[in-house]
Each structure stands twice: as structure tokens, then as C-alpha cells.
Write a protein that binds this ligand. Structure first.
Ligand SMILES: Nc1ncnc2c1ncn2[C@@H]1O[C@H](COP(=O)(O)OP(=O)(O)OP(=O)(O)O)[C@@H](O)[C@H]1O
Length: 383
């Protein structure tokens, strides 16, 4: 089954008062000058599909200034049927977010974002380079986000685990300061181990396939040098309980839990070199893209369904060869929505097969598909 978004309505979402955009299968190019709302449009698509913003943990930020609610509605089309699914996400500050599928409330946010909306998404925003360049928590967030989109129970385990570790840390500090006895730690150890093992099992199962997909994606994007990702455990699944218990006294001294999946990381390597420390900006960007493509392949491998791709300003820092490669990649995908300030990053032939969505004055002004866009490009080039 393949699904994609056919239409999106944005009401009071960021700069959009009430706009509708029609999308097609394959490549959709959103073009407009700076600060017109291209990124906001991608964020709205992701909000409609996952129920959350990719840019902020504070939902109130997506509400149009001076308004009291935001709402996005999307129509999801399925290749193998003429049926459509209507999904909607509404948010008013101070109230519970409303997620509906064909008018019925979704069971939970975790269920909705793990395919409940009928479609999954892989996003790329320029800031995602931090997955390669940034701290271990950025890399863990990437892994956990991917695995959560596959399995709502994984999303719950990650969030419960984080809470359990926090509570264990509070207890460690109470023990250190003489307010509790070390015996009380066993209860929290049990909880932390049970949840931590679930997280570790999920990551352990995913890392092999991800590495395989990452290697072939980076080879296609970059060249023949051997690429790899290498997960580093603070404790392996087998030795987890023992290592956590073995760290009791040092954990009490420091007042923090030193062992478990919240301390793990993975290295991103190219030709044996760690790209976090030694990669050029270009290599880090390409490796980030390769991780996103690997995420797409992994979702496809696990679910048999192709996620849609929402890629923000992906062409601007790439050379022509890589832009051509990406154009082909997006054209062949079930659905890709790509933003740009410059249509010339795409060949006329590519634009001839794409849908072009023009944003101007902070609104969607025009959606054209096929040869019209190619004509548009040639007049733009002549001008
Ligand atoms: N909650 C909000 N209400 C109203 N406007 C907002 C809100 N949040 C952001 N904006 C505005 O939306 C505008 C468009 O932002 P967006 O990031 O989508 O631009 P863009 O087209 O992607 O630009 P660029 O090409 O520079 O990246 C910005 O000027 C911003 O101030």
C-alpha cells in the first residue's frame, strides 16, 4: 500500500490564516522568496501527519499570532483504492490537542504518529546537520524518532524510561545527602532496567539495517569511500542490569545514572574517519541526508510502505551533480515536497514532471504541474 497527501488546509497555522494547497504524487517543489512561509508549509504537513511540530516542542508557537487555535487538515490518498482518509490536527493553547482520522479521535498521539494518520514522513531541515555534527543526544533523538514512528510502544518506552531515569537521579541525590537508604534504589533499578532493555532491544534491532542503508545511500551521494555507523553502548543488553548495579556507588557520588541507553551514542564514519569531529560541512550535510534516506529505507523495509519526504532547502548547498541525483531520487519517490528559493536548481525536464507550488506574500498563490512549470522556468531563465 502506498499513500500520499493530496491536499492540505492550514488554518491559523504560523503565517497562514486559511490556505489550501494541492499536492501530487512524486515531486512537489515549493518555491518562494525568503520568509514567505515555505518552511512553515513543510512543518504543517509534518504536523498533519505526525501530530507534532518538527521545529518546536511548544505547540503554542505554531498558532498564528493573535489567534487562539491552529488547525491543519489533510486528505490522504491510497494508491490501491479510490478511498481517501481525512485527518486533522487541532490545537488551542491550554487544551488537549485534537487528532482525528475520518472524524474519529485517534487513540493516542503515539498511535497517530506511528502510521495512524495513514502516512509516515521523513523530514530534513537544514538544522538536522546536528545529527552528525552535534551531541550524542541529537543522534539518540534521531534514532528514537525513527523507531517511534514504527512502533507506538517504543515511543512510550522511551518517554517512560526518561522519566524513570530522572526519578532515579533524584533518589541518588537523596541517598548521597543522607535522606534515603541505598536499599530503596533497587525498586527504581528494576523499573529503569525493564524500560531501558526495551529501548536497547529496539535500537539493537534497527542499527544493522540502518547501517546497510546508510552505507549505500552515502555511496550514491558522496562516492566510493566506505561509510559506516557504529553504535557505542554504555552497557550492552546482556550486561545491562549487572553494569547498572555495579555503578551504584559512583552513581550515588555523582547523583546521576551513568549507564543505559540515555548515555549511548553512534559514530558516523567515512573512510574510517569520524565525521562528527573531522567531517567538512559538506560531508556532514551529505551524511545527514544519507541518514534520512536510510530512515526512509528502514521504514519501507519494516512496513512495506514508502514514507513521504519533506525536505527543506536541501538543494542550496549542494553541487550540480548531487542536485541532479537528488532530483531523480525525489521524482522516483511516492511523494516528496521540497522547498527552494530558486527553481533553477531543477532541470526543466525535472520540473516538467513535478508540481510547482508558488508562495508569495505569505500565501499559496499558485499550484501548477507538468509542462507549465518547465515553461515558467525557461521564462525565468530568460528574464
Ligand atoms: N506563529 C506565527 N504566526 C505568524 N507568523 C509566523 C509565526 N511563526 C513564524 N511566522 C513567520 O512566518 C514567516 C515565514 O517563515 P518561514 O520560515 O516559513 O519562511 P521561509 O519561506 O521558509 O523562508 P527562508 O527561505 O528564509 O527559509 C516568518 O517571517 C515568521 O516570522
Amino acid at each position: 500500500m502506498t499513500s500520499y497527501l493530496r491536499a492540505l488546509r492550514l488554518v491559523n497555522f504560523r503565517n497562514y490564516p486559511d490556505d489550501t494547497v494541492l499536492l501530487g504524487p512524486g515531486l512537489n517543489v515549493v518555491v518562494g522568496d525568503n520568509a514567505q512561509g515555505k518552511t512553515n508549509l513543510l512543518e504543517a504537513i509534518s504536523f498533519a501527519v505526525t501530530g507534532s511540530s518538527t521545529r518546536t516542542a511548544n505547540d503554542a508557537e505554531v498558532v498564528r499570532w493573535k489567534q487562539d487555535f491552529a488547525r491543519v487538515e489533510a486528505r490522504v490518498s491510497f494508491d490501491d483504492s479510490s478511498d481517501e482518509r481525512k485527518v486533522a490536527v487541532g490545537y488551542a493553547p491550554g487544551q488537549k490537542k485534537r487528532l482525528t482520522v475520518d472524524g474519529a479521535s485517534a487513540a493516542s498521539l503515539a498511535n497517530y504518529s506511528a502510521g495512524g494518520a495513514g502516512v509516515r514522513a521523513v523530514t530534513f531541515f537544514p538544522d538536522d546537520i546536528r545529527i552528525v555534527k552535534g551531541s550524542p543526544s541529537d543522534r539518540r533523538e534521531f534514532l528514537d524518532g525513527l523507531l517511534s514512528t514504527l512502533k507506538p510502544s517504543y515511543a512510550r518506552a522511551v518517554s517512560e524510561y526518561a522519566k524513570a531515569v530522572q526519578q532515579r537521579n533524584q533518589l541518588l541525590r537523596r541517598i548521597r545527602d543522607g535522606f534515603s537508604s541505598e536499599r530503596t534504589l533497587w525498586t527504581w533499578d528494576r523499573k529503569v532496567i525493564e524500560l531501558g532493555e526495551e529501548v536497547l532491544r529496539g535500537r539493537q534491532a534497527a542499527i544493522g539495517p540502518l547501517e546497510h542503508y546508510f552505507e549505500s545511500s552515502l555511496r550514491a551521494l558522496y562516492g566510493s569511500e566506505k561509510a559506516a555507523i557504529r553504535y557505542s553502548y554504555s552497557a550492552t543488553l546482556d550486561g545491562y542490569a549487572e553494569t547498572l548495579r555495579g555503578a551504584h556507588s559512583s552513581d550515588i557520588d555523582r547523583g546521576t545514572t551513568s549507564v543505559g541507553p540515555h548515555r549511548d551514542d553512534f559514530e558516523v564514519l567515512l573512510g574510517g574517519v569520524n565525521l562528527t569531529t573531522f567531517g567538512s560541512q559538506g560531508q556532514q550535510r551529505l551524511a545527514t541526508l544519507a541518514l534520512k534516506f536510510a530512515a526512509r529505507d528502514h521504514i519501507r523495509g519494516e512496513t512495506g510502505e514508502d514514507p513521504i519526504l519533506l525536505f527543506d532547502d536541501v538543494m542550496s548547498e549542494l553541487d550540480e551533480r548531487r542536485r541532479d541525483f537528488l532530483s531523480g531520487y525525489f521524482l522516483e519517490s511516492t511523494q516528496a515536497v521540497i522547498t527552494t528559493t530558486n527553481l533553477e536548481y531543477f532541470d526543466a525536464e525535472v520540473l516538467g514532471r513535478a508540481r510547482v507550488i508558488r508562495i508569495s506574500g505569505g500565501a499559496v498563490v499558485d499550484t501548477t504541474s507538468g509542462s507549465v512549470s518547465a515553461r515558467e522556468l525557461s521564462s525565468q531563465k530568460k528574464a
